[in-house]
Design a protein around this ligand. Structure first.
Ligand code: KIV
Length: 269
């Protein structure tokens, strides 16, 4: 199958096709998600929490994002690979934002980048787009604003906040971004945004009316004990891994594994 591009993603909205996106941080998961025909693999800065064990996404570095994007790119034959711009890589200046986005594409092999924020990011977004890099926006509960929001809190709940989100979505669309993540906002606001812009919205905790959906893969596979309201677990991998590893430990300790069928033998004379 041919590689999915930013143009294909925009066309999916025009054709009424729903977009699927999942996070990936390594080669093996990337290959599996690709084989399952996931449209977009996001090398999200959630890696800071699920891979590196931080309590927020804030400590993720550009080098980490690049390294994981490289691994994901090797596994993605047809899924589109989007690299996430970590905190601090696009807030300082337009020039720095462009340089860092170029690194994610040139060294990391991302095919587009995602960055969080609204009207305050328009200059940087325009610069990155001018460099020929497709940009995915991200509004609502933008986790890099954890301290500003006072935690991971649903956004856009008041009339005023909802209207401001709609305004920001329109302003981002005007820059030329190819898609927009909407995270943890009331479904009514997400629906209104989806209906008022021509680029696809991809929701996470934003209800069923977005043009696509994204989840953190570790969440939907049940690796974690914590489960946000919007996460559907499609399998409980933590339980399955616990069972498998406990069985392995028991069999090794009791000499059941390995028996001779798992062992090499000398050549027969
Ligand atoms: O970093 C990430 O994984 C994300 C998704 C939750 C959209 O931004």
């Amino acid at each position: 199958m041919a590689k999915i591009t930013a143009i294909d993603i925009v066309n999916m909205k025009n054709k009424g096709e729903i977009i699927t996106m999942l996070t990936a941080y390594d080669y093996v998961i990337s290959s599996i998600l690709d084989e399952a025909e996931t449209d977009i693999l996001l090398v999200g800065d959630t890696m800071g929490m699920v891979v590196y064990g931080h309590s927020t996404t804030l400590p993720v570095t550009l080098e980490e994002s690049i390294r994981h994007t490289q691994a994901v790119a090797r596994g993605a034959k047809s899924s589109m690979v989007v690299g996430d711009m970590p905190f601090g890589t696009f807030q300082v200046s337009k020039e720095e934002s462009i340089k860092n986005a170029i690194k994610l594409v040139k060294i990391g092999r991302a095919e587009a980048i995602k960055l969080e924020g609204g009207i305050e990011r328009i200059d940087s977004i325009k610069g990155i787009l001018d460099a020929g890099i497709p940009v995915m926006g991200h509004l609502g509960l933008t986790p890099q604003s954890y301290h500003k929001f006072g935690g991971f809190k649903v956004q856009g709940r008041t009339e005023e906040e909802g209207n401001f989100l709609i305004e920001e979505a329109k302003a981002l669309e005007e820059t030329g971004i190819f898609s927009l993540v909407l995270e943890a906002i009331p479904w009514e606001v997400a629906k209104q945004i989806t209906e008022s812009i021509s680029i696809p919205t991809i929701g996470i905790g934003a209800g069923p009316h977005c043009d696509g959906q994204v989840l953190v893969t570790y969440d939907m596979l049940g690796y974690f004990d914590f489960k946000a309201k919007f996460v559907k677990r499609y399998v409980n991998l933590k339980e399955q891994i616990l069972n498998a590893v406990s069985k392995y430990n028991k069999e090794v300790r009791t000499g059941v594994f390995p028996d001779l069928s798992y062992s090499y033998e000398k050549p027969k004379k």
